[in-house]
Write a protein that binds this ligand. Structure first.
Ligand SMILES: *Cc1c(COP(=O)(O)O)cnc(C)c1O
Length: 241
């Protein structure tokens, strides 16, 4: 595991971003190797609090996927993006904000209720779109976090799969900080089992799991998409996400 010296976002230069990206790619390759995987893991650059200049620089290095958390911040920055990248929404999403992002993002990772999925369905339909979504799982059972309880996944997914303008592409999770690997293993099991067992989930191809502090573990347990913020752009001085 290549560890880069962690700097604050303000201190992180473009050169640092380049070195950080190289380290992340290397660590993912090592974790894939160890796990005997020969498929691919996508790297998402999480943009919260990061100025557009640095985001566009990251794109110039080859990053082609951005992750957005906050509707307001995203709408303010969106115009200045270089338009090359695919954009996914990954933050907590209120129903009344869906209309602002529906035509600007290609996937929504944070769907944690049938009601939210129904609103996405309605708005997608009015734009003539079918929107890709991930169902967010609260794998640690933490009260402070959003997400569906693992035991409620199938019931929720069944209801969501009846909506015409959304397509369930997979699962997303934010495991507890510094948690035991068993949570990652449980997510992998939930993903694989439900895909095999239920026809309405057989199209799942995305397991969005792993952030700066735990992406190597996530890759070990089958993650196909890691969401990296501070590991690319430096640590954020305020913790509000
Ligand atoms: C902020 C955030 C990330 C990235 O976190 P880092 O620890 O900075 O890599 C990933 N996923 C979600 C949902 C986030 O809000």
């Amino acid at each position: 595991m290549t560890e880069r010296i962690s700097k604050s976002a303000e201190e992180t230069t473009l050169e640092d971003i380049k070195l950080n990206y190289t380290a992340v790619k290397q660590n993912i390759a090592e974790a894939m190797d160890k796990a005997g995987r020969c498929d691919t893991v996508r790297i998402m650059a999480v943009t919260k609090t990061v100025p557009c200049e640095k985001i566009n620089y990251a794109e110039s290095l080859g990053i082609d996927l951005l992750g957005e958390n906050r509707v307001q911040e995203f709408l303010g920055k969106y115009e200045n993006y270089s338009e090359k990248s695919e954009i996914h929404f990954i933050g907590g999403l209120q129903k009344n904000k869906v209309k602002y992002i529906i035509d600007k993002v290609s996937m929504i990772h944070s769907v944690d209720s049938v009601e939210l999925a129904a609103e996405i369905d309605r708005r997608a339909g009015s734009h003539g779109l079918v929107k890709d979504i991930l169902l967010e799982i609260n794998i640690g059972g933490e009260e402070s976090k959003g997400g569906i309880a693992p035991s409620e996944l199938i019931e929720t997914a069944k209801a969501v799969s009846g909506l015409e303008n959304v397509r369930i592409r997979g699962l997303m999770t934010i495991p507890p900080v510094n948690c035991d690997e068993k949570y990652f293993a449980s997510m992998q099991e939930l993903f694989e089992n439900s895909k095999q067992k239920y026809s309405f989930l057989s199209g799942m191809d995305t397991l969005s799991m792993g952030m700066s502090g735990d992406y190597a573990t996530a890759v070990k347990y089958g993650s196909t998409l890691v969401r990296i913020g501070s590991g690319l752009f430096g640590y954020r001085n305020y913790s509000k996400i």
